[in-house]
Design a protein around this ligand. Structure first.
Ligand code: GLN
Length: 446
């Protein structure tokens, strides 16, 4: 823990952490030492971890990188945080991210951008940009992230680390500051699939206090590590490999497919035509849910309250205007619009129908293939400011949102370095509850 705290201090310029409290970390490390001495240690006891600032924590401030929650101390730990603490992991602090997890480059944090350790001109990805930068720079061996439409997979790809978004409902959402409740999923970023596999089992599990939590028996996510891919059918959506994809990214992905083929896997061309409608569907559904979820920030119960106001309505207006940054405001407006009378059927209901078609297409596809391999992003990490137009930023989520809409597990792992010096990632998507196999397939390449 001391080693990582020193590194965090030495690399403060990356702005990866929003709250570091060495006394709290060292107290947890001492408790781990005590357990080890008492012979009560488990495999994760004493291993440091850091949490995205979307998870609430009792000992560190929980802000969702928003002025709205600046300095907020939660009275409880998120279930994911509590479970990993119970397993003996030592928390290093809280990680920067896009405000309320809305973004793709960590440029939307109210507390400043995060730098990509590979190149200070490049974004670290988002919204889990503090998470990806922390792992890439060696400030933590493993971290949590959240993925609503790609926020673990895309930053992992942009920083050359491995990230997994489990099946929706497997990790608890209790204590995860809500963005889009039907999509929000906790996950992990680390140096390898094997490291993710070691920790995932202690993070997921049924939570009676989360209404969408899935009740499944515990499982060993390491059981496919070191396995062969012989006979595995890997589906490749061919149209995703052409239009708009950087040729060097395409070539790196092809080299991974060649490797799997040489290991005895069968590479199958597939079509995912409905999934190509993912971006408009995602931005209707996610914004609708965000506008509802963020309505709780009214300056009354918690969060920022304006200093000066005339009456209660004025207080709510001013508090929200001061507390929210531009991206949450934009999404609240889009979401309120698509849910409003007269537009609900045309936008929200239509999006829900297409969402169902996308999920069905995936389930049909998984009758023919075991795993889907595809790009994570169209290119490598972009320069700060280069994706500032909201429409182009939203469109860049095209490869990650389909799995989110269908609730499927997705993994991103590094597969090369571009001639621009920035890392390239490949995405693996599996049928519901096949995380162990996804991790095994990734591990085979790593
Ligand atoms: N980039 C996507 C968005 O801005 C995904 C965010 C996420 O997964 N939290 O909504």
């Amino acid at each position: 823990a001391r080693h990582y705290l020193d590194r965090i201090e030495a690399h403060r310029d990356l702005n990866a952490f929003l709250d570091v409290r060495p006394e709290a970390t060292l107290a947890q490390a001492e408790e781990a030492d005590r357990r080890i001495a008492a012979g009560e240690a488990g495999p994760l006891t004493g291993i440091p971890i850091a949490h995205k600032d979307i998870f609430v924590t009792r000992e560190w401030a929980s802000t969702a990188a928003s002025r709205m929650l600046e300095g907020y101390m939660s009275p409880f730990d998120a279930t994911v945080v509590a479970k990993l603490k119970e397993a003996g992991m030592v928390c290093l602090g809280k990680l920067n991210c896009d405000e309320f997890a809305m973004g793709s480059g960590n440029e939307n944090s109210a507390f400043g951008k995060v730098f990509n350790p590979w190149d200070k001109n490049a974004v670290p990805g988002g919204s889990s940009g503090g998470s990806s930068a922390a792992v890439a720079a060696g400030l933590a061996p493993i971290v949590t992230g959240t993925d609503t439409g790609g926020s673990i997979r895309e930053p992992a790809a942009f920083t050359g680390v491995t990230g997994i978004k489990p099946t929706y409902g497997r990790p608890s959402r209790l204590g995860m500051i809500a963005f889009a409740s039907s999509l929000d999923t906790a996950g992990l970023l680390a140096h390898s699939a094997a490291d993710c596999a070691q920790v995932l089992g202690s993070m997921v599990g049924f939570d009676p206090r989360d209404s969408t939590s899935v009740d499944m028996p515990a499982e060993d996510f390491t059981r496919h590590l070191g396995m062969s891919v012989k006979g595995l059918r890997i589906g490749v959506p061919r149209s995703w490999m052409r239009e708009g994809l950087d040729p060097e990214v395409a070539a790196s992905i092809e080299s991974v497919l060649d490797f799997y083929r040489s290991e005895g896997a069968e590479i199958v061309d597939i079509d995912l035509r409905q999934a190509e409608l993912g971006v408009p569907v995602y931005y209707v559904v996610a914004c609708a849910e965000a506008s509802s979820n963020l309505s709780r920030f009214d300056g009354v119960r918690y969060g920022h309250r304006a200093k000066e106001y005339t009456d209660i309505i004025d207080m709510i207006k001013r508090s929200r205007n001061e507390g929210f940054g531009p991206e949450p405001k934009r999404r609240i407006m889009i979401g309120t619009y698509v849910l409003s009378h007269g537009y609900y059927d045309a936008y929200y209901l239509k999006a829900q129908k297409v969402r169902r078609l996308i999920a069905r297409e995936f389930h049909e596809t998984f009758k023919q293939v075991d795993v889907i391999a595809c790009p994570v992003t169209t290119g490598t990490a972009y320069d700060f400011g280069a994706n500032a137009d909201p429409v182009s930023a939203y469109l860049s989520d095209l490869y990650t949102v389909p799995a989110s809409l269908a609730g499927l597990p997705g993994l991103s792992m590094p597969c090369g370095i571009h001639s621009n010096g920035r890392p390239i990632g490949i995405q693996l998507i599996g049928e519901n509850f096949t995380e162990a196999r996804l991790l095994g397939v990734a591990d085979c390449w790593q």
